[in-house]
Design a protein around this ligand. Structure first.
Ligand code: CAA
Length: 258
């Protein structure tokens, strides 16, 4: 793959969008390669994924503006539909995905980060949905996910309507990211979190992701039924026996399966 690099360290897979000359802007090839990379990741070998951007300056500076400049209505709609399907795959990937946001996360960059389970940012990160300044709406999920992620329609509308970029500290304050680190420490922090996740029972972690992601779309009673069902499923796993036996035997080392 030309623009997407994949590396493995233990149970942690790192996917890097690597097109630094264009600040990692997303054209069709980048999105196709991202899909290919995520399709190839298996729970057999991966317990946590880190998604980041190549170079010092940018996570992803958005969809490729040159690529979109002369699109027709039909092409624009097809482009949005295609990217949304790939982004949704990332969101629904059973393995937790951590976005390590190492710079600009604008337009499609902010949108792809919002498909990840957890967002960590470097102190130079800048977030925003600049689309209205280009005469378009956010097209890769921003109008749908930003309000859901930060839990404030008012703030989401302010950011989108005024194309207002926000810095990492404000992103932290409004809940768009979970933590901010000096840029040089971001990847170490992302790897530590990924390894902390990878040390837990993988089936239980994947079940948590399903329960949270599906439950958030339901009313509380259906959500709690879903939780009870998934909770029950855990008792089918060897990891439940191992996790509880290790506790009762006062054993620190746990031998979880995938
Ligand atoms: N598309 C295409 N190329 C891009 C790009 C993008 N989104 N963002 C940056 N680049 C390119 C620049 O054109 C430039 O290329 P050249 O060297 O060939 O001229 C290179 O990356 C470096 O960028 P700058 O020189 O502009 O770097 P800077 O440090 O001065 O500015 C920036 C950085 C503020 C991020 C600026 O590049 C910028 O504003 N980029 C566009 C951000 C944007 O509007 N994103 C939203 C895109 S629309 C979208 O994403 C729609 C959607 O929802 C699907």
């Amino acid at each position: 793959m030309e623009f997407v690099k994949v590396s493995q360290n233990g149970f942690v897979t790192t996917v890097t969008i690597d097109r630094p000359k264009a600040l990692n802007a997303l054209n069709e090839q980048v999105i196709k390669e991202l899909e290919e990379a995520f399709d190839a990741i298996s729970p057999e070998t991966t317990r946590a994924i880190i998604l980041t951007g190549g170079g010092e300056k940018s996570f992803v500076a958005g969809a490729d503006i040159g690529f979109m400049q002369n699109m027709t209505k039909a092409e624009g709609e097809a482009w949005g539909t295609f990217a949304n399907a790939v982004f949704r795959k990332i969101e629904l990937c059973p393995i937790p995905v951590i976005a390590a946001i190492n710079g600009y996360a604008l337009g499609g960059g902010n949108e792809i980060s919002m498909c990840c389970d957890i967002r960590l940012a470097s102190d130079n990160a800048v977030f925003g949905q600049p689309e209205v300044g280009l005469g378009i709406t956010p097209g890769f999920g921003g109008t749908q996910r930003l309000a859901r992620v930060i839990g404030s329609l008012s703030k989401a509308k302010e950011i989108i309507y005024a194309a207002r970029n926000i810095k990492a500290e404000e992103a932290l304050r409004i809940g768009l990211v979970s933590a901010v680190y000096p840029q040089a420490e971001l990847m170490a922090a992302a790897n530590k979190l990924a390894n902390d996740i990878a040390a837990q029972a993988p089936i239980a972690v994947r079940n948590c992701k399903r329960a949270i992601n599906e439950g958030i779309e339901m009313d509380i009673d259906r959500g709690l039924r879903l939780e009870a069902n998934i909770f029950g499923d855990c008792f089918l796993s060897e990891d439940q026996t191992e996790g509880m036996t290790a506790f009762l035997e006062k054993r620190k080392e746990k031998n979880f399966t995938n």
